[in-house]
Ligand binder design. Sequence first.
Ligand code: PAF
Length: 283
Amino acid sequence: MAKKIVHRIYELRSILREIRAAQKTIGFVPTMGYLHEGHLSLIRQAGKDCDFVVISIFVNPLQFGAGEDYAEYPRALSRDAKLAFANGCDLIFAPTVKEMYPQGFATFVEVERLSEHLCGASRPGHFRGVTTVVTKLFNLVEPDHAYFGQKDAQQAFIIKRMVADLNFDITIHILPTVRETDGLAMSSRNTYLNQKERQAAPVLYRSLCAAKEKITQGERDAASLIAYITKLIKQEPLADIDYVNIVDLENLQPCKKISGKALIAVAVRFGSTRLIDNIIVEV
Ligand code: PAF
């Protein structure tokens, strides 16, 4: 079957009906477009695991708060299509907002508890928007496997919880964060950074790595580690911290002492651009 972009739900469903009838497995990578190497690594992995790879490109208004960057979010469908098809994607689903949320739309999916901290606290309603759109996309694509990046660690945890709680028959794969050579986590939002902000932004990963080193040396106290990371990030004058936090990997609740596995996560603004990054540590 020729590689294709479809915009309508009925087209997507009719193609996927044939794929399933041919007993092919379906891999799915949901995205908001402006693809970078992080997305492409997910598409390539889906291609290795599955017979047919679908990606969605949809800037989901439901997950943006008032005053956030919904209008500015970069959109470049033909550029994205070239990259996706060259990396093993077979079908792109790029719906309009009206196709996804027709008039009268009134149903939302919310995962409790896991949204209380980190980005959930700074961006009220964000994860409700994510889980609602991902539920719809899962129902439309009905993939066997779906792929997400570790960079959006809280999103990945929440989606895994939702898949378990709602009995989606989908295997979720979380792939490592892909980084620029200076350590900056790849993100479509990196394109907003001016030259000075771009030079400053690698402080996030540097600080996370420095914290990991402290843990290797024996530090276990979360408050001390948070203070250490905060101090390192503040050395960069352009960095404006939203949060630095350390949470457990069960419920994403703040921990006092690091024991077992923990997620160290940061969100920092450079000008009007909000970047996130994280690492998982284990002692
Ligand atoms: O990670 C993203 O790009 C988005 O949150 C997702 C999962 C595509 C839902 O809109």
